[in-house]
Design a protein around this ligand. Structure first.
Ligand SMILES: [Zn+2]
Length: 132
């Protein structure tokens, strides 16, 4: 039986327990606002394993945001030909905030995926459930 790789499960937002069920409803950039399922439709794993558990995902999302803002700032600097005039301040502010707005669904999703896959010792992969 073919098993699901951890990378696949992370990229596609699959359940950390069975790597089959979806953690989220809807798609990353669909018209429906994505929600987190309460339990895995495949193996029944609870995603919010204790009340307020996803509060911790805020810290992950914050760290992602900081990294993205720094990267975007550096990219803007390079692409604008090293322009650091005071007049270009709004260019930086606009690009950085535009970028974090565009990436917010991405951050919502992957901060929770990272929390569930890497920072949750209580949830581990069980190959027994990794079957269609
Ligand atoms: Zn599952």
């Amino acid at each position: 039986m073919e098993k699901t790789s951890k990378l696949y499960a992370i990229v596609h937002g699959k359940c950390p327990h069975c790597r089959r069920g979806d953690i989220f409803t809807g798609s990353l950039y669909g018209f429906d606002i994505q929600h987190t399922n309460e339990t895995c439709g495949h193996c029944g794993q609870r995603f919010e394993i204790e009340p307020g558990y996803f509060y911790a995902a805020m810290y992950v999302s914050y760290a992602m945001n900081v990294i993205q803002m720094i990267t975007t700032g550096i990219a803007t600097y390079i692409l604008s030909g090293g322009n650091l005039d005071f007049d270009s301040l709004w260019l930086y502010v606009g690009v950085i905030f535009g970028m974090s707005f565009i990436l917010s669904p991405f951050n919502y999703r992957y901060s929770r995926v990272i929390l569930l896959h890497w920072l949750s010792p209580k949830i581990s992969y069980n190959a027994y459930y990794d079957t269609p």
